[in-house]
Design a protein around this ligand. Structure first.
Ligand SMILES: [Zn+2]
Length: 413
């Protein structure tokens, strides 16, 4: 006899009739001890046992990596008060009707699905793709439950492309709680103003009134919808969208300068400048000594590029500094002057952007979020973007993103 152990099955209101150890699976036959059913016609409890249904087999949590099945014959009860005395099958709390799994097993499927894929989970658990989809359908809501929130304060809208290189965007609307913690509020099928406005309008009035900031990219579909539906909220352009815009300007100049240097320099000199792309693009403060050297070599060869690089870093420093909205705006305006005096053309498109969006951009200084928050948020959004490729159904997207963001709170151990 191998060493044996005993432990509780942990399903409420059942009696174990039999346990069979088969090859790589365990079948536990149980009987419900609940003495009644709810009559499907009148909704009253009936204690009048009638018969057993055919046995059902439900996948349950594994034991020592062996698959576990619970077998049970559901009981039928007969209603003594309704006409014709109809019978109803008893429903137990630990499984859903028509589900091939116990609730505990479904929760474990959902937990494993966090940051994973349906096919991966299906394969590892030895269940079908549809079985995992069924668990999502039964266990995860398709849209937000506003009742879970008491106030919103800061919300964010970010667009994500569903396929790489395609321009079909969906918009994810999040609650930004600070410290990079975000909760999903909605997934919108496109970023048209009407779509965004309709969503904002669907937020219960008292919650809508609690919104103080809406963080977005520079896109009028968002800002006009916000102005129309939540007039009291201020639009804040997320710092990283601004940074992306001016950093791309400097990078454009890097490319054209390198093209010229290729003509001017000897091959072995030019070779030294290869591999400077990543160090150039990074923040100066984050560079390793070696990368720093590579960048200074590049900047020595291209004086205009040095100017652009310094201006880029100056603007980042402005966003890093403790500014009020007024002093921040002044600093940016001074920076614009320096750009104009530099004679550089590479920032022209960004200057136009600033002209148009300076108010919303400088709202960033109102309650400057820490870089920790920005980083946490960026990473989450980056991951979400990657996660969403190939999922085109908006309510399924909601369920999957919700699982990634909030799943551990509900299904974690
Ligand atoms: Zn009845």
């Amino acid at each position: 006899m191998p060493p044996m152990i005993e432990f509780p099955l942990d399903l409420p209101e059942v009696r174990v009739l039999k346990t069979e150890l088969k090859k790589r699976e365990i079948v536990i036959t149980v009987e419900s001890t609940r003495p009644y059913a709810i009559c499907s016609r009148c909704g009253e409890k009936t204690f009048d046992f009638h018969s057993y249904d055919d046995p059902i087999r439900l996948r349950h949590l594994p034991i020592l990596e062996q698959r576990v099945f619970i077998e049970l014959r559901p009981k039928r009860y007969r209603c003594p008060t309704c006409d014709d005395h109809p019978t109803t099958t008893q429903q137990c709390d630990w499984y859903e009707p028509r589900s091939p799994h116990t609730k505990a097993f479904e929760q474990s499927l959902l937990r494993q699905l966090i940051n994973s894929t349906v096919s991966d989970v299906a394969r590892k658990q030895g269940v079908s793709y549809d079985a995992v989809l069924g668990a999502i359908k039964r266990g995860v809501a398709r849209s937000v439950n506003w009742g879970e929130f008491t106030s919103l304060k800061v919300i964010g809208m970010d667009e994500i492309a569903l396929r790489k290189g395609h321009r079909d965007f969906v918009v994810i609307v999040t609650l930004r709680r600070g410290d990079g913690d975000i909760a999903l509020l909605g997934v919108l099928p496109d970023r048209k103003k009407e779509t965004v406005a309709a969503f904002l309008c669907s937020i219960p009035p008292e919650l809508r009134a609690s919104i103080e900031r809406v963080c977005t990219d520079m896109y009028e579909g968002y800002t006009n919808a916000v102005k129309e539906q939540i007039a009291q909220a201020r639009v804040v352009i997320d710092r990283f969208h601004v940074a992306k815009a001016y950093r791309e300007c400097a990078d454009k100049l890097r490319k054209s300068e390198l093209r010229e240097l290729k003509q001017e320099l000897e091959d072995d000199e030019y070779k030294l400048l290869k591999g400077t792309m990543w160090p150039f693009r990074r923040n100066a403060a984050d560079l390793e000594p070696e990368q720093e050297q590579a960048v200074s070599l590049l900047l020595e060869c291209a004086p205009d590029l040095r100017k652009a690089y310094d201006l880029r870093e100056e603007l980042s420093a402005i966003f890093d500094a403790e500014h009020t909205k007024e002093s921040g705006t002044r600093a940016i305006t001074d920076w614009v002057e320096s750009v104009k005096q530099s004679g550089l053309k590479c920032f022209d498109s960004f200057l136009t952007t600033l002209d148009h969006w300076l108010d919303e951009i400088s709202n960033y200084f109102l309650d400057r979020q820490t870089s920790g928050f920005q980083e946490g948020l960026n990473n989450k959004i980056k991951v979400l973007k990657r996660r969403c490729y190939g999922i085109t159904n908006v309510s399924h997207l909601f369920q999957r993103i919700w699982l990634d963001l909030d799943g551990f709170k509900l299904f974690g151990i």
